[in-house]
Write a protein that binds this ligand. Structure first.
Ligand SMILES: [Zn+2]
Length: 310
């Protein structure tokens, strides 16, 4: 997958507070209802009063508030309880407003588990954990890549997060597996990716079977009709894999990474693995119950895990 670099502002305020109450907010008679109140002054200053519903436990709480203006004067932030009967004390308060860079993310989060905030269709936000995706190596695995695979393996053992690897068109797949297993990775949550690009004269049958026999998933993850000739060969690969009895270790996807692959960009769209490739398998006699296992049961099993506290 190609990496696109984006530059954006990270605006968050981290507050460590001590509380014996459970509902806090900025109390002000000017603020009606729950919408923020704004008082504008000369010289481009404004005071914002905003209620923040916070679920606090008794004792020390760590709170993080995001989606805050980039033009905040950090010293001016005051948090106080609406409920005057509650005791609230701010122990420590930090405000970050630095442009996000690879270096900054590393310095902030190295060695830590990061959660993602996802918004449902109905607007409900929830915290989800991610997965290690496109963990990649070159034709021959370099020293740094080896180090990175080991680090991801260790992080997987600590967190339980599933791993989806990137091979250079299927090369060094077994070596990837060796490194991951050497770190104690649970192969039930490991996909060796891009294996459908591993064409003859390479011995793809043996490599696919070897991965599956060791319990990891084989990613046939660049299918979907954009390279008609290659897809014909990929159908043969999947059929051979199924004939070998490995249907519970096959994963099918389309490695969507180019704008031109989108329907708007003239391609077959995000779902092309299912809309373009699956009918080719069906035409060759792959039954619906087998497809259900590959398309639904396998990804569900691969992705499901019990989060561990890192
Ligand atoms: Zn890749």
């Amino acid at each position: 997958m190609g990496a696109a670099q984006r530059r954006f502002k990270s605006r968050s305020s981290r507050i460590t507070s001590c509380s014996s109450g459970n509902r806090l907010g900025a109390a002000d008679q000017e603020q009606k209802g729950d919408s923020p109140a704004l008082t504008i002054y000369n010289q481009q200053f404004a005071v914002v009063r905003q209620k923040l519903p916070l679920a606090l436990r008794s004792g020390v709480n760590h709170l993080q508030v995001t989606d805050i203006t980039a033009h905040l004067e950090p010293d001016s932030v005051i948090l106080r309880s609406i409920d005057t009967g509650r005791h609230l004390q701010i122990l420590e308060q930090n405000y970050r407003n630095d442009p996000v860079s690879q270096q900054l993310l590393l310095s902030l989060y190295e060695g830590k588990t990061i959660d993602f905030l996802e918004t449902d269709k109905d607007g409900t936000a929830r915290t989800v954990q991610g997965a290690f995706g496109e963990i990649g190596t070159s034709d021959e695995i370099t020293t740094d890549e080896r180090k990175m695979l080991r680090a991801v393996g260790k992080a997987h053992v600590r967190t339980g997060l599933p791993i989806f690897s990137h091979t250079a068109n299927g090369k060094a797949a077994i070596e990837q597996l060796d490194i991951f297993q050497g770190e104690g990775v649970d192969v039930n949550h490991l996909v060796i990716g891009h294996m459908c690009c591993y064409f003859d004269p390479n011995p793809w049958r043996q490599v696919h079977a070897a991965i599956a026999k060791r319990g990891a998933y084989v990613g046939f993850d660049r299918v979907g009709g954009e390279q008609a000739e290659a897809d014909k060969a990929r159908v043969e690969m999947v059929l051979a894999f199924l004939e070998g009895g490995y249907e519970n270790r096959a994963l099918i996807a389309s490695d969507f990474s180019f704008r031109t692959s989108s329907k708007r960009g003239g391609g077959n769209g995000v779902a092309r693995a299912v809309t373009e490739f699956v009918p080719m398998l069906r035409e060759r006699g792959v039954k619906d119950d087998v497809l259900q296992r590959i398309l639904v049961d396998n990804p569900r099993r691969f992705l499901a895990f019990v989060p561990k506290n890192a």
